[in-house]
Design a protein around this ligand. Structure first.
Ligand code: MLT
Length: 262
């Protein structure tokens, strides 16, 4: 299993990800928000790359089961139902809804990955579920960090540290044969440096500081809570849903007899 890694998606051509196995990470906050929304019963998340597309698509879906969620500069987009704080995506608000999702970096990276063979959305809150998925599929993966479009380097420390934690978990599993590239090795080193306190790393990151300045300091604790939302959002076509077995348990459908007897 070879693990490659892109620290930012901006130079990436979407066709380079065709038929690849991709994990998209946007810790602050899109990946976290998507895991929380689906865990709270949202039917699906449709990532779009522009506000115009969000308005166009949501106009053609049924109004009462469709919400627009997303941010620009961390704040709710005018005319949208929701911003991008995980706190907004509670069960009362999102259960059963289709959410058209448009954010600065996260949804763009997910949209760019829509030609992938397998795509999962990873973060600290569903880290073990993401690593288990990688072990289950057990093929070469590309970890795609969403990065930060409106910054000089586009580099996101929190995304890279999260990717590095995934790499570390895979490397530690002696039953696996894991090959790293320079970028995944670098991410692992960043995790070893900053992984002792995830919330402290978030508070010291550029975007973490900015979110604190605009009133979203509470989101940092949520986004740093490792394995607090153990679900796996996966992209099929251009729609993100929970994997089938999770959707069944999430919707409280009866498990198939073989599972009940376990
Ligand atoms: C992103 O796309 O990077 C995030 O949505 C930004 C944010 O939530 O503030």
């Amino acid at each position: 299993m070879k693990i490659d890694l892109c620290f930012t998606p901006f130079e990436l051509d979407e066709l380079e990800l065709r038929d690849k196995n991709v994990i998209v990470i946007d810790v602050l906050r899109s990946s976290t928000t998507i895991a929380v929304a689906l865990s709270n019963g949202a039917r699906e998340i449709i990532p779009v790359e522009s506000i115009e597309n969000a308005v166009k698509i949501s106009g053609s879906l049924f109004g009462d089961v469709t919400l627009r969620g997303g941010e620009r500069n961390g704040k709710t987009i005018q005319g949208f139902n929701l911003g991008n704080s995980p706190l907004e995506y509670n069960e009362a608000t999102v259960k059963g809804k289709s959410i058209i999702f448009c954010t600065t970096n996260g949804s763009v990276a997910m949209y760019k990955s829509r030609f992938a063979k397998n795509l999962a959305v990873g973060s600290f809150v569903n880290l073990a579920r993401t690593v288990d998925f990688m072990k289950e599929i057990s093929v070469d993966f590309v970890i795609l960090c969403a990065g930060r479009a409106n910054s000089f380097s586009n580099f996101s420390l929190e995304d890279a540290v999260c990717a590095g934690m995934m790499v570390q978990k895979l490397v530690q599993d002696k039953s696996l044969s894991v090959e790293l590239t320079d970028s995944s090795l670098a991410a692992q080193a960043l995790f070893k440096t900053y992984g002792r306190s995830i919330v402290k790393m978030l508070k010291n990151s550029e975007h973490g500081k900015y979110l604190g300045e605009i009133g979203f300091a509470g989101d940092l604790a949520i986004c740093s809570a490792v394995d607090s939302v153990p679900v796996l959002p996966t992209l099929t076509g251009n729609v993100i849903k929970l994997r089938k077995e999770e959707a069944r348990s999430n919707e409280n459908e009866p498990l198939p007899p073989t599972k009940l007897s376990a």
